[in-house]
Design a protein around this ligand. Structure first.
Ligand code: FAD
Length: 446
């Protein structure tokens, strides 16, 4: 069964009368536990037609690096192989998705396009341009969120405490098991070109040895976490020397695993309710709050998105003297006076992911050591997006906005440079974990 509350038709007044259905896979790069694929199959079967999946590789996708493309294409290769059993063909296009999809739709005589949901501007623009350019339905299905973003709230939420009751109220309806996927009933009649995955994947350099890509590795990562790190998550997740985070964010970002599957399995884990609930709070409430922020606030990628109290305090402290000022290159090459900050930056450069607690410290120090809040925001975002495997994600935009301009946070005690934005310092980190051990751990990575 599909749930109409996950769906949003992007071009009104056009109906599906039959013909092949394209699932334009964009954000949710997986076969199992994917509401968009379930919808595409359901729609096609209703007219005795077949489904194909199309992915369009965009070589100049904003802030995408070779590391991102490598991770992504390894996952897509797994998708293609999983589809063989279901008899669903996979097509890889390359270039501008609107014109490439237009050509493909004509070529196969498609009757509808189903696509997945993203709150980010670039993705929304492409999808609405496609919808305007064709006269078959383009149906967006929120396959990424447990409670669909449009359903969770109709407006920008102020903080976790305002969205939490809305999400929790809807969870019993949405945190449900997925229907089983079966081989598609109606055969695909057209030609399917072989994809030379080795050539494509290897053109993007070496694999990431810390977070190995692909669907099987995403599943393994979840299994290891549920039998290991989740035990103690509530008390230990903020210690970067321990292994109590799930490390699922790269896989969730590329949609290799569904947050709904992670939540369903986590709920059944053996560990204490405190650990399970603390994890579900991050995975569901915080993650979906970030989706809400990016969906309803078009300035999510700049200081302009901040709340009024934050904008006011930022203005009041604009001319405060900064003790240290660094340029982009010094940040990028981890050349600040602070060994802890440098270690966090190196963790991201070397592994493709920074520990969650360090991300907060890292971004707040960028605010402290840049000439103004706009430079701080742009610097943190650019570095996060370039070097984090999970970058270019609503969580990243919101994380930077939280750290640097108090989004979803409250006003704290007034102090130089930060104003009322929450402050973090080196001694605070020292009181929480062994800073020396963390610095050494990062040195040992190379
Ligand atoms: P776990 O603690 O195991 O959490 C499980 C999942 O819950 C995460 O994968 C994520 O989907 C979600 N989650 C956890 N913490 C948060 C949070 N604070 N906000 C929203 N969702 C959360 N997350 C990204 O996915 N991509 C980013 O680019 C990113 N950039 C960030 C930048 C800054 C400055 C800050 C402060 C936070 C950023 N985060 C980002 C949020 C968070 O730090 C990461 O999601 C988390 O560290 C990922 O590691 P994990 O999967 O092991 O987390």
């Amino acid at each position: 069964m599909t749930d109409i509350r996950r769906e949003h038709q992007l071009n009104q007044g056009v109906t599906y009368f039959g013909g092949p259905v394209i699932y334009w896979m964009s954000r949710d790069m997986r076969v199992r536990d994917n509401w968009a694929l379930i919808k595409a199959l359901h729609l096609a079967e209703s007219r005795q037609c077949a489904v194909c999946i199309v992915f369009c590789l965009i070589p100049d996708y904003p802030s995408a690096s070779h590391e991102h493309f490598r991770f992504m294409t390894e996952g897509l290769c797994d998708v293609d192989h999983e589809l063989e059993d279901l008899k669903i063909p996979f097509f890889m296009l390359q270039g501008d998705p609107v014109s490439e999809l237009n050509k493909f739709i004509k070529q196969i005589g498609a009757g509808a396009v189903v696509t997945d949901f993203s709150p980010l501007k670039h993705s929304r623009k492409m999808k609405s341009e496609l919808a305007l350019s064709i006269n078959i339905p383009v149906i967006e299905v929120d396959a990424h969120n447990i409670v669909p973003c449009r359903m969770a709230s109709h407006k920008e939420e102020f903080a976790a405490r305002t969205i939490r009751p809305k999400i929790n109220g809807l969870l019993p309806q949405f945190l449900v098991e997925f229907p089983e996927l079966r081989r598609q009933k109606f055969e695909w009649k057209g030609h399917v070109a072989h994809i030379d995955w080795d050539r494509i994947i290897n053109s993007f350099g070496k694999p990431n040895e810390f977070y190995p890509a692909g669907i099987k590795n995403a599943d393994d990562q979840l299994r290891n976490f549920l039998t290991g790190g989740l035990n103690g998550y509530s008390a230990k997740r903020n210690d970067p020397n321990l292994d109590n985070q799930s490390n699922l964010s790269p896989y969730l970002h590329f949609g290799n695993i569904s947050a709904q599957r992670v939540a369903l399995n986590a709920k059944e884990a053996f560990w204490s309710p405190d650990d399970i609930n603390a994890f579900l709070e991050e995975l569901i409430v915080r993650r979906e709050l970030a989706e809400n922020y990016c969906f309803y606030n078009e300035n999510y990628d700049s200081v302009a998105g901040a709340h009024d109290w934050a904008k006011k305090t930022i203005e009041e402290h604009r001319d405060d003297t900064r003790e240290y000022i660094y340029g982009f290159d010094e940040f990028e090459r981890a050349r600040t006076h602070d060994e802890l900050w440098n270690a966090a930056q190196k963790e991201m450069l070397i592994t493709g992911k920074m520990h969650g607690y360090m991300r907060m410290y890292w971004a707040k120090k960028i605010l402290e050591w840049t000439p103004d809040v706009e430079t701080a925001f742009d610097t943190a975002l650019a570095l996060n997006d370039k070097y984090s495997l999970d970058g270019r994600d609503p969580n990243g935009y919101t994380g930077v906005a939280w750290s640097i301009c108090g989004v979803h946070d409250r006003a704290w005690q007034n102090r130089p440079v930060f104003g009322k934005i929450r402050y973090m310092n080196y001694n605070g980190c020292r009181s929480k974990f062994s800073v020396d051990r963390y610095i050494q751990k990062i040195k040992d990575l190379k």
